[in-house]
Design a protein around this ligand. Structure first.
Ligand SMILES: Cc1cc2nc3c(=O)[nH]c(=O)nc-3n(C[C@H](O)[C@H](O)[C@H](O)COP(=O)(O)OP(=O)(O)OC[C@H]3O[C@@H](n4cnc5c(N)ncnc54)[C@H](O)[C@@H]3O)c2cc1C
Length: 293
């Protein structure tokens, strides 16, 4: 396996190298997808552009896009996301999801940006970022742009980045005070395995009413998916009742469009989306009642 490696120290320089390579280069973050892909011959880049020497691409700090929100740099390690004290309250779901990815060793190498740019429908952090209304900051030849995560994925393994843009990080808007959420990773093993399906749900309440509902499902469609119809059933209602939970779960199940693959059969995945959405919302109802938020 022969390739050239370059380690630019600025985003502009990395963009220039990408532009010059006309699609034959691959960006390298933690390498846990890139290196495996190269090893098995799935990808054969002539040129690797290592992003790890660019300062400021890693870290979690206040967002410049959302007042009172958070920014997470693309090069932030999954283990740092998992253990960040900043990811508390309404942001906790992302830390929880990060903690389910692979193993400690992989989490210490893998980055949040890599997990999203790899664009696997099963990416563990994608559904949690979707329920947090994450907005991707992207650098390209023409400058910086902001794209809501729900418009970021274009298919399995593809994103709006194409071959000439770099993900800078994610901006997360502030979350309402009384917010609870959870991510359910459904898989054959507890660690070192991509999910058979994943469900992330997050509910905000004020004065007994559901002010915001977010439900996202993973590994059951060509891209991670928000289930807007299920959210609409919940928003504005008084209390997260069993009837509402079951209705939302049924809609989520209907929205799933899974395929048969080594991790599970389509009929099973679809059915379990309903079951896990029901489980997630029931857990959240318990958290909100017990004020564990
Ligand atoms: C044993 C094993 C177990 C795994 N288990 C899981 C699991 O349980 N759940 C899960 O979701 N994933 C899992 N993965 C996949 C992988 O670890 C994650 O997707 C990881 O987050 C990728 O991050 P990385 O930094 O290593 O990305 P890299 O491999 O460096 O890059 C991944 C892709 O993103 C692109 N990229 C990276 N950074 C940027 C950027 N800033 N801008 C534009 N493009 C960029 C790269 O060019 C490449 O196409 C597993 C992998 C292995 C090897």
């Amino acid at each position: 396996m022969k390739f050239n490696l370059s380690s630019p120290t600025a985003v502009d320089e990395a963009l220039h190298l990408l532009h010059k390579s006309s699609g034959s280069a691959r960006l390298l973050a933690g390498g846990t997808d890139v290196m495996v892909g190269m090893r098995v011959g799935k990808i054969k880049p002539d040129f690797l552009i290592n992003l790890n020497k660019i300062p400021d691409l890693a870290g979690i700090h206040p967002s410049s896009h959302f007042k009172g929100g958070l920014f997470i740099g693309a090069l932030t390690k999954i283990s740092d996301v998992e253990h960040s004290p900043e990811l508390c309250g309404g942001y906790r779901i992302l830390a929880q999801a990060a903690g389910t990815l692979a193993s400690v060793q992989i989490r210490n190498l893998a980055t949040l940006g890599g997990n999203i740019c790899n664009a696997a429908p099963s990416a563990d952090t994608a559904t949690s970022l979707l329920v947090l209304d994450a907005v991707a900051e992207i650098a390209g030849q023409e400058g910086f742009s902001f794209v809501p995560l729900q418009d970021f994925f274009t298919g399995p393994g593809t994103t709006v980045l194409g071959s000439d843009k770099i993900l800078i990080g994610f901006h997360l808007p502030p979350q309402p005070e009384k917010t609870a959420g959870t991510y359910i990773k459904h898989g054959a093993r507890k660690a070192m395995d991509c999910c058979t399906l994943g469900v992330a749900a997050q509910i905000s309440m004020a004065d007994g009413r559901i002010t915001k509902a977010r439900i996202a499902i993973g590994a059951v469609a060509p891209t991670p998916l928000r289930v807007h119809e299920a959210e609409a059933v919940l928003e504005g209602k008084n209390g997260l009742t069993d009837i509402l939970i079951n209705k939302a779960a049924q809609i989520a199940e209907e929205a799933a469009r899974p395929i048969d693959d080594v991790r599970g059969q389509a009929w099973y995945r679809k059915q379990m989306v309903g079951v896990d959405t029901q489980r997630a919302l029931s857990m959240i109802a318990g958290m909100l009642e017990g004020e564990q938020v």
